[in-house]
Design a protein around this ligand. Structure first.
Ligand code: AHR
Length: 674
């Protein structure tokens, strides 16, 4: 996959002995407090993040709305010479939003022949051993249809049936049917299909066909356990949702209209994601909140604010925006209201009586794009006034960036949302970008960031993870102004055409998932936060020329999707030189531990003399983790653990000790003061 990639790192070919560097940490001079919410998640429906990703539903195009002309992802399954045909049919299921059905004409079968409707899933239906799957679907038949239906998970050629069950007599009226399928001790595989078939002639109509494997915490409309486990191990403190561009939508009709994403699945009309595929909206507002609940994350709810990804063609402002301000108030009530409120009662009816905690609301997304800037102050003012009047404690996040210094606010926001998609040199430079930020200016949420250029792989290379870590040291060091941050995007389905945005934190196919080197950097940093920043100084600071920093060239080998738009905010003026080592120190008050985060960008090891001042005792035994590897190394479905952190065990720690940082490495050390 990575053929043709060259890595330029001038000193890369030889291992040079570096001049020792002293890292002095002033343990007795605690500085900025790190907000407990500092590390979190951001994502949206992109790269088959939810449908075909985190959302455990296995049937693709389950309500037949993905393409108005044909039943994409569906085919006719034929057995013993049976023949039939399928077509979309505008036959609604009464009292639901299901307005189109899949019609199966099985009128010609005789004897032992069978035909059925087959779904290919999201690049396959994953079969696992000893696993129970829940099937449900709406169906009706032509008059006089006699037979039962059979549901099955089978190999794509139909020769191997992994699990099957019969569903009782289907009649002439729409009705919901359900069944369970249980596999035996089979070998895991994905080249499989799900089939509903008949052995008796007739015409059948189907709607909302669903197949769920076991889910995280057994939620009925739940999430994939393997991906949730990866997320849980990051210990994220918040989730910013629903987007991103997904909040705005490609146009007004396809904005994230939260009221159409709640309640029974058959009542959700589905909508087009800006990433060119239709969202099933199985991940609706309540599912996002329950995702937060399951991982102990605080929701950061972004509310639709009139802007779409349509180059500013139809920005909603003024009186036309008022219903959407009310939608935002209703949304906050759905999240936080008790069951005596209208929308709190609706949430209770939807299955979650307990309100959720909500402290932050973001108004829109990237309103500096799509000609949004000119109208944003007016729009933000309407939302701020309405939200603060009813919910004075909620903090408002503006989508204007810290660099938009000339933007004039009628209502000062509580926080700004900065986004950066960066090259390696850009990320290294930006690790210092907040050092001189005006300490009295508005606080910042770095709500989307990643080292992701050049863009040619589904998930980050080790080289990108190094730059991510360097950038993160800058965010932590400036924790007095940076309140929280989240890498983006979070997910990618690594199958062909699964990706719309190059370079994403976690990859998967239908069967397995893996964390990228950048995922492990996130995990290392988030699991070792500390609550206060300690002054840390490197002397001498090793410097690298532009030619000496890891740069990946020959980059553009897109896999599975269009190139992402270049939307990084303008970088500070490029320096002539870059830091070769990045160091950041925090203290965890509860344990007393001093935590060091150390990034060696250099192509050779770096010996550090670590000098902890203002602390009487540092125990000899210390622990930590370190990740390193080839600059172009990636993790994949085939090699999910190729680049992972290794434990560090130190037995000679003290107030003064030496520690070597391997070339191209990220280390986190925990030094014990008690
Ligand atoms: O993270 C991908 C996209 O990048 C987001 O949808 C958008 O906010 C940004 O431009």
């Amino acid at each position: 996959m990575l053929l043709g990639i060259a890595v330029l790192a001038a000193a890369g070919a030889m291992v040079l002995a570096q001049q020792p560097v002293t890292l002095t940490v002033s343990v007795d001079r605690p500085g900025a407090k790190i907000d407990p919410i500092f590390y979190g998640l951001m994502n949206e429906e992109i790269n088959f993040s939810y449908d075909g990703g985190l959302y455990a539903e296995l049937i693709r195009n389950r309500t037949f709305r993905d393409n108005a002309q044909t039943a994409v992802n569906w085919s006719v399954a034929k057995y013993n010479g049976g023949d039939g045909s399928i077509a979309l049919d505008k036959v609604p299921v009464p009292d639901t939003a299901l307005n189109v059905a899949l019609k199966l004409d099985a009128g010609a079968i005789t004897g032992s022949q069978r035909v059925g409707v087959a779904n290919e899933g999201y690049w396959g239906i994953p079969v696992k051993p000893d696993t129970t799957y829940r099937v449900s679907f709406y169906a009706k038949s032509s008059a006089g249809f006699k037979g039962p239906l059979t549901v099955a998970i089978e190999s794509n050629d139909g020769n191997t049936v992994f699990a099957k069950a019969d569903v009782a007599q289907v009649g002439g009226e729409w009705k919901k049917y359900s069944a369970t399928l249980k596999t035996a001790k089979v070998t895991p595989s994905t080249a499989n299909r799900f089939v509903i078939s008949t052995g008796t002639p007739g015409t059948l109509w189907f709607s909302l066909v669903s197949l769920f494997p076991p889910t995280y915490k057994n939620r009925s409309n739940g999430l994939r356990p393997d991906i949730m486990q990866l997320l849980a191990e990051m210990k994220p403190s918040f989730l910013r949702f629903p987007g991103g561009n997904y909040l705005e939508g490609p146009n007004y009709a396809n904005r994230f209209n939260w009221k159409e994403t709640i309640g029974p699945l058959e009542q959700r009309p589905t909508h087009l994601s800006p990433w060119n595929y239709r969202s099933s909206d199985g991940m609706g507002l309540l599912e996002f909140l329950e995702w937060c609940e399951d991982l102990n994350m605080e929701p950061i709810v972004a509310v639709y604010a009139g802007l779409h990804i349509d180059r500013g063609a139809n920005i909603v402002t003024g009186d036309a925006l008022k219903p959407h301000v009310q939608d935002a108030l209703d949304e906050i009530e759905y999240v936080t209201g008790d069951a005596k409120t209208v929308w709190g009662a609706r949430r209770a009816k939807d299955g979650h009586p307990a309100p959720f905690k909500l402290r932050y609301v973001e108004v829109g997304n990237e309103d500096w794009l799509n000609n949004g800037t000119a109208s944003y102050d007016g729009r933000l003012t309407m939302f701020t006034d309405a939200i603060k009047a009813k919910y004075p404690n909620i903090k408002i996040i503006s989508t204007m960036r810290s660099q938009d210094v000339n933007f004039k606010y009628s209502r000062k926001p509580d926080m700004l949302d900065d986004h950066f998609y960066m090259t390696i040199p850009d990320a290294l430079t930006r690790s210092h970008m907040y050092d001189n930020y005006d300490r009295s200016a508005t606080k910042i949420f770095v709500g989307e960031w990643a080292t992701n250029k050049p863009q040619f792989s589904d998930t980050p290379l080790l080289a990108f993870a190094l730059a991510d870590a360097a950038f993160l040291t800058g965010l932590e060091r400036n924790a007095d102004v940076i309140i929280m941050n989240s890498y983006a995007p979070l997910f990618v389905n690594v199958n062909p055409n699964g990706r719309q945005w190059a370079v994403n934190l976690i990859g998967y196919n239908a069967q397995t998932s893996f964390g990228s080197p950048s995922y492990y950097v996130q995990k290392m940093f988030s699991n070792n936060r500390g609550d206060v920043v300690l002054p840390a100084k490197l002397d001498p600071l090793p410097m690298l020329t532009a030619e000496q920093i890891p740069i990946v060239t020959n980059p553009t080998i897109p896999r599975g999707g269009a190139q992402a738009p270049a939307r990084a905010a303008a970088a500070p003026a490029a320096p002539v030189q870059y830091d070769g080592v990045y160091a950041e120190a925090t203290r965890d008050s509860a344990s007393g531990d001093v935590i060091l985060k150390l990034v060696n960008i250099q192509a050779s090891p770096q010996m550090l003399s670590i000098n902890l001042q203002g602390v009487s005792t540092i125990r000899k035994d210390a622990t930590g983790e370190m990740i390193t590897g080839e600059l172009t190394a990636v993790n994949t479905v085939a090699e999910p653990l190729k680049v992972v952190p290794k434990p560090i065990v130190i037995s000679i720690a003290g107030t003064k000790f030496s520690h070597e940082l391997p070339a191209h490495s990220v280390s986190v050390l925990r030094l014990k003061t008690r």
